[in-house]
Design a protein. Sequence first.
Length: 280
Amino acid sequence: MPRNSPPAQPPASCAVGATPVRFACGTGEAGSVEVAVEAAVNIVYGNQPYAVMMATPSDLEDFVTGFSLTEGIIREAGEIRGISVVPQSGGLVATVDLAPGRFREHLARRRNLSGRTSCGLCGVETLAELPMAAGRCDHPSRIGAEAIATALSALDRHQPLHRLTHAIHAAAWCDSQGRILAAREDVGRHNALDKLIGARLRAGQAAGEGFILVTSRASFEMVEKAAIFGAGTLVSISAPTSLAIERAVALGLTLVSVARDDGCTIFAGFLASDLELAAR
């Protein structure tokens, strides 16, 4: 079952009443189904509220860590001294204890956000505030098509909450052979990726060789988050946006989208050939 962050927090899914309707057969018998829990998570640095995110209340320490990195609040996991998650009326409060120097820098650049699961940029007031990766990936990973196929075939086994609710995104870190080493789920595609990045950071794992696989479309923010983490390749099940492609090209990131059982499409960068992989 999906992991819930201690202490006791709302479950990641819950049973609700529902009545099935079949167009050819009419209304069926009422019963219950599992739906994904969506909770308001107030992220607070020190005593300063920063953002209210709508998220699935599992792996919240991973989420806050990854969010802090991709927001530019921290540069490494060690700059977070502790995270406490406390249920309160109307949601949860995640309080982050930053290292003193990092907290002072955060206060200097503090900005207000609200509910970024929709577009990922709500609260950004000027174009200059768009979160951007620092520079090009000088050593892009060499991933073959077979590795992507391997990861896709195993992805469902790493999505227990989605199998239960049919309403959840996932992000997975895969090694260069396509083996899934870590996966996280959330109602928000950005949140799922932040959770994955946070999990890798907290485990002391850098990007290195491998790639990120996401169940959503590849948008500007997903490319930026992948690049900020240091990934050389991002694979998405749905299509990319024009800006995602532009940024992937600018960052030297390989972007592979419309990944299905029977193939995928390269929009930026390239996949390694069988000869290249054999020579490694």
